[in-house]
Design a binder for this molecule. Structure first.
Ligand code: HEC
Length: 296
């Protein structure tokens, strides 16, 4: 019993230390402070070891003290300790009664109501405290609610909804800033950032030159520098070509399994940045002149 209590105290102290660490250290939502700041584990470990040390020394001290007592006093000591345990036990056994204030079965006769339907009788028990206090709490809640929303018109449900939507939009925008790979055919845009174009050039040099030539003048694949396009120009069409591939049997495969959407956006932007450059041996134009439709 005493050992159990000790173990419980050690666990509780360690848990409190952990909780403190989680409260004190700011983390990204959904992250554990102990994982983001592993050094805090040392602190929690120390609390754990110290509480073990305290429990052990207190137990040792108690044992030596007990041994130093005369036999008579030892018995007294044990008796007083047992008394404490018995008191706690009695309280615990009373707990259901404290929570419900119900009459014990032996005394039920006192609260029996004097009607009787086919042998079914009714007791007039007191309302359980947990119930009655929740009931009072709900009355207080209702009163505050009534005054706040129907007398002072704090905010309406529509306003609450709009505020949440606005917040969600801010969150989505923030998420999109960091998550580049949400690029889709609908959202793809022409990139102009030199670092993106450089990354696109890398991919192009490693994967595309065999068919399109390093200067994109064309070989097996068409010239990518002129304004003629078989599958359509502009960022959306070029991106689509990279995702879907060209017409069947022509040799231009889909690249969607080789690269992330954001990488395809980079290559597509790089390819389009070559528009109007003059390759060494340009392949003759294929397809139609592509004119970007301006949005109305
Ligand atoms: C195996 C050879 C080959 C490779 C490798 C290749 N392509 Fe192509 N590409 C072609 C062919 C052939 C076509 C024409 C497809 C058609 O006619 O449908 C084409 C078409 C295209 C088009 C459309 C051109 C137009 O006129 O509409 C683009 C854009 C393109 N390729 C970009 C790339 C990029 C970027 C890479 C590297 C990631 C690449 N290609 C790799 C052979 C290749």
């Amino acid at each position: 019993m005493r050992n159990l209590v000790s173990i419980f105290r050690i666990i509780a102290l360690t848990a409190i230390a952990w909780g403190g660490v989680e409260l004190l250290f700011e983390t990204e939502p959904g992250q554990w402070a102990v994982i983001e700041y592993p050094k805090t584990l040392i602190f929690i470990g120390m609390i754990f070891l110290i509480s073990i040390a305290i429990e052990v020394s207190v137990a040792a001290l108690r044992f030596t003290l007990f041994r130093s007592l005369s036999e008579e006093k030892q018995e007294k000591f044990l008796a007083s300790e047992n008394q404490l345990v018995n008191k706690l036990k009695a309280k615990y056994e009373n707990l259901p009664q404290l929570l419900t204030r119900s009459k014990p079965v032996e005394e039920e006769g006192e609260i029996e109501l004097d009607h009787n339907y086919d042998g079914i009788r009714e007791l007039d028990n007191k309302l359980p405290p947990w119930w009655i206090y929740s009931f009072y709490a709900s009355i207080v809640f209702a009163a505050i609610y009534l005054i706040r929303f129907h007398v002072f018109d704090d905010y309406t449900q529509v306003e609450e909804y709009q505020a949440e939507v606005a917040q969600a939009e801010i969150d989505i925008a923030r998420y999109k800033e960091t998550a580049k790979d949400l690029v889709t055919l609908e959202t793809v845009t022409l990139m102009a950032d030199p670092s993106d174009l450089e990354a696109g050039k890398q991919i192009y040099t490693n994967n595309c030159v065999a068919c399109h030539k390093a200067d994109a003048g064309g070989g097996i694949g068409p010239n990518l520098t002129d304004e003629y396009w078989i599958l359509g120009g502009g960022i959306k069409n070029v991106y689509q070509t990279l995702v879907e591939g060209g017409r069947p049997g022509k040799g231009m495969v889909s690249w969607k399994n080789d690269f992330k959407p954001s990488e395809l956006q980079q290559v597509a932007s790089y390819v389009l940045s070559l528009q109007g450059t003059v390759p060494a041996e340009p392949k003759e134009p294929e397809g139609e002149v592509w004119v970007e439709e301006t949005e109305e």
